[in-house]
Design a protein around this ligand. Structure first.
Ligand code: SF4
Length: 346
């Protein structure tokens, strides 16, 4: 298949199907019910449907989706989407949704990547589980058309769950698909999808719209702060957005304070040149990672660790600090109130 850059629509690629030829489709699969139904509906009419999931630090772990696809008998692959989504976070041509979610461009780019694979590997079309009118913004007809045009997939993009409400696509016109056996789902009612899930034996799937951190306000506050200060180029700081409490101190230092054992372990391994970790050694308490700490902020980081430590029965907290590539040092800090740090909490 080749692309007409002027119209954004795909020029006819493969010839019309020979009778009996099995169509091949690459389906974007988030693991949500609609994307699983997309695969099932296509297989139902003999299409060789395979799943592709996009992976980035902001999306849900694809392992459960891989398991569900395996249970249902679909081939599954992942594609690393990190560079794509980072570029869109820096410059989203169509803007952000309610948080830091560049949904229109993100979706279009995913379809474009899937379409490129489809062209390279001889699939007939790409498909998504979108349902017309299901979401207030991204799944209205206008944005869905915009995504199709931006992606470059043109009429080789099929939305099988709402296909009968849309213009016929190339695989339908070529006789690879029976339009009558595609669906006409529309709107927010999930009942038809639940019934289809029963029909196809789909038992495990996440709730709709779950899994993308770029739609979570708390997460996005941290990410926005990171974008504005350290930038998005450091993978471990992106990962750190998933851990602990985040503070931006007056001297500009980013401090990540563990909430539990897993956070503390992550923060200790995240130490890099110029950074420092702080943790109490005479009482239970959290580890703090200070990213390239300003000298003026260091005493406050010690007090922060003391404030979040279990100080019952002690007059002082022994805080051990470790600057990367240096010997650890210890300071004695009196217990202090967490209120001091509330203005710096992200
Ligand atoms: S919710 Fe997240 S993964 Fe989905 S289109 Fe929007 S930004 Fe991309």
């Amino acid at each position: 298949m080749t692309q007409d850059p002027a119209t954004g629509s795909a020029e006819p690629g493969p010839p019309a199907a020979a009778p009996g030829r099995r169509a091949r489709a690459l389906c974007l699969c988030s693991g949500g019910l609609d994307s699983l139904l997309c695969l099932c509906v296509l297989r139902d009419q003999g299409v060789e449907a395979e799943a592709v999931s996009f992976v980035s630090p902001f999306y849900a772990d694809p392992a459960p989706t891989a398991r569900t696809c395996a249970e249902l008998g679909f081939k599954f692959r992942t594609v690393d989407f990190t560079d794509d989504i980072l570029a869109l976070l820096r410059d989203p041509p169509s803007g952000f949704g309610s948080c830091l979610n560049p949904c229109i461009d993100c979706h279009a780019r995913m379809i474009a990547r899937a379409f490129a694979i489809a062209q390279e590997e001889g699939y007939d079309f790409v498909a998504t589980g979108e349902v017309l009118g299901q979401r207030p913004m991204s799944q209205q007809r206008g944005p869905m058309n915009r995504v199709r045009n931006l992606s470059g997939a043109g009429d080789r993009l099929l939305r099988p769950l709402s296909a009968k409400l849309m213009e016929p696509t190339a695989p339908e016109k070529e006789g690879l698909l029976d339009r009558e056996r595609l669906l006409a789902l529309q709107g927010r009612n999930r009942k038809p999808q639940m019934e289809l899930a029963k029909k196809y034996g789909i038992r495990h799937y996440p709730s709709p719209a779950g899994g993308c951190k770029l739609t979570e306000p708390n997460y996005c506050r941290r990410l926005k702060d990171l974008m504005d200060h350290e930038g998005l180029g450091d993978a471990r700081l992106l990962q750190a957005c998933n851990h602990g409490r985040h503070f931006r101190f007056p001297g500009g230092t980013l401090v990540v304070l563990g909430r539990d054992k897993a956070d503390n372990e992550f923060l200790r391994t995240a130490l890099r040149g110029g950074d420092a970790t702080f943790r109490p050694v005479n009482v239970p308490g959290p580890t703090a990672l200070a990213v390239r700490p300003a000298a003026d902020d260091v005493p406050a980081v010690r007090r922060l660790v003391a404030a979040y430590s279990d100080t019952k029965g002690v007059d002082e907290v022994a805080v051990r600090e470790l600057f990367a590539a240096s010997k650890p040092a210890e300071s004695r800090v009196p217990p202090s109130s967490r209120d001091e740090f509330a203005p710096y909490l992200l």
